[in-house]
Design a protein around this ligand. Structure first.
Ligand code: FMN
Ligand code: EPS
Length: 388
């Protein structure tokens, strides 16, 4: 399965093409839109999320709600485009934007300066529009499609925020507000403890008051992946490498780990390796799951546990020093709007990117043109593992 995404943050729309998705899966579009609505949630997000209300339009590859096996095109409009049309209209003559002030002041922690150098852009808007995390909307839409395929073959994904701005050991999952839930006709359940929520909100408010931002960490869990997905025989077939690569490509992610991750550095081997058991009903299992369900680049049948760390949002209301690329004058960057904390959104995006990566690995390994064959092959393989 190959994927391409396109679209500028304040351009007319976002587009993705997914090629190699099996035929014969009935798609629940409402579920995809629900995932998109959840990505927009999370305390600490800025005013952009009040403008957008993301929803997919399928332009190809799906007919009467069923995948055809042909390339799937997803389109998501940027509602904010109407406020940016003068600056972002792809068809407008250059005179129309000539009088707009160019972005010449690169923001620390963003791709503005290096992207400008690399592509020879002296208007850094040409960089920031595409390097923005707006693109992750598409990652969630693609992942939500993949999650429906995974569910059909007995694989589930979930995610939770584990840390925000130094508050550790959280089990924090924000859900839809009641009105959004009503709109989408789903139930609204708050899954975190009220005291955890209060502490998180207080921490984010404190950072916002100080003109600062927060990062954090999250964990993605995948259950039901049969043993043997991925391979040890070639570096680029290792499942842990693929998962880490996918998550590291997500904006603001600065570390990815599997299982106990960094904690493993301080533990003796006797407390780390997961001992092997066998039972007639369950087949092979591990007594523990310190290694997060992956050994030698292959799933081992245990839940796959991937943790990611998000850096604090780089744009600060408390200005940071930078240099104007036209005048070379030192200045302190000013901000119009930005998120204070986007860790809950990031956690959901990560879950969807992991779902996409697992789907790709499954489709590489099993017959994948059509759902009935894929389902049968996975079922046969699960039986084979049971009998091994
Ligand atoms: C969901 C999400 C929302 C984000 N929102 C903002 C934001 O409002 N302001 C900002 O400066 N950076 C934001 N970022 C982070 C930047 O996109 C990112 O740090 C930047 O593109 C540089 O990429 P890097 O951090 O991977 O090096 C966000 C990231 C994510 C995942
Ligand atoms: C648009 C989204 O996030 C944006 C990601 C982002 C960045 O620099 O990454 C900066 C902000 O954009 P804006 O300047 O338009 O407010 C966020 O709102 C989104 O998540 O859909």
């Amino acid at each position: 399965m190959r994927i391409l995404t396109a679209g500028e943050s304040h351009g007319p729309s976002l587009t993705a093409i997914i090629e190699g998705f099996p035929a014969g899966l009935t798609i629940d579009e409402a579920k995809i839109n629900q995932a998109l609505a959840m990505r927009q949630q999370g305390y600490g997000r800025g005013n952009r999320m009040k403008i957008e209300s993301d929803g997919v339009t399928f332009l190809s590859g799906i007919r009467h709600g069923m995948t055809l096996g042909s390339p799937i095109t997803i389109s998501i409009p940027n509602k904010d485009y109407q406020n940016w049309e003068a600056i972002m209209n792809p068809a407008a003559p250059t005179e129309a934007i000539k009088h707009e002030r160019k972005v010449t002041r690169p923001r620390p922690g963003h791709g503005d300066l290096v992207g400008g150098m690399k592509y020879q852009h002296r208007d850094l808007r040409n960089v920031l529009e595409r390097s923005s995390a707006r693109e992750t909307t598409l990652q969630v839409a693609i992942g939500a499609l993949c999650k429906q395929l995974l569910e059909a073959i007995g694989i589930q994904t979930e995610s939770k925020v584990t840390e925000i701005g130094g508050l550790q050991d959280l089990d924090y999952r924000e859900e839809l507000t009641e009105s959004q839930a009503k709109h989408l006709q789903v139930s609204s359940v708050r899954m975190c403890l009220p005291e955890v929520e209060t502490a998180v909100i207080a921490k984010i408010d404190e950072a916002k008051r100080a003109g600062d931002t927060l990062g954090g960490a999250f964990q993605v869990k995948v259950t039901g992946v049969p043993a043997g997905v991925g391979s040890y025989v070639q570096h680029d077939r290792k499942l842990d490498g693929k998962l880490a690569g996918a998550l590291m490509s997500l904006n603001a992610i600065k570390s990815v780990s599997i299982g106990l991750g960094h904690q493993l550095a301080g533990l003796p081997g006797s407390q780390v390796q997961d001992e092997i058991t066998w039972e007639e009903t369950q087949g092979y299992r591990r007594k523990t799951n310190h290694l997060g369900g992956i050994e030698a680049g292959m799933s081992n049948g245990m839940p796959i546990l991937v943790t990611g760390t998000m850096k604090p949002i780089p744009t600060l209301y408390q200005p940071l020093q930078s240099v104007d690329i036209e005048t070379k004058e030192v200045f302190k960057a000013s901000v119009e709007r930005s998120d204070t904390c986007a860790v809950p959104a990031c956690s959901r995006i990560a879950e969807h990117m992991i779902a996409t990566t697992i789907t790709q690995a499954i489709l590489e390994q099993f017959e994948s043109d059509q759902m009935p064959r894929l389902k049968q092959n996975i079922a046969d393989y699960r039986q084979y593992l049971q009998d091994f």
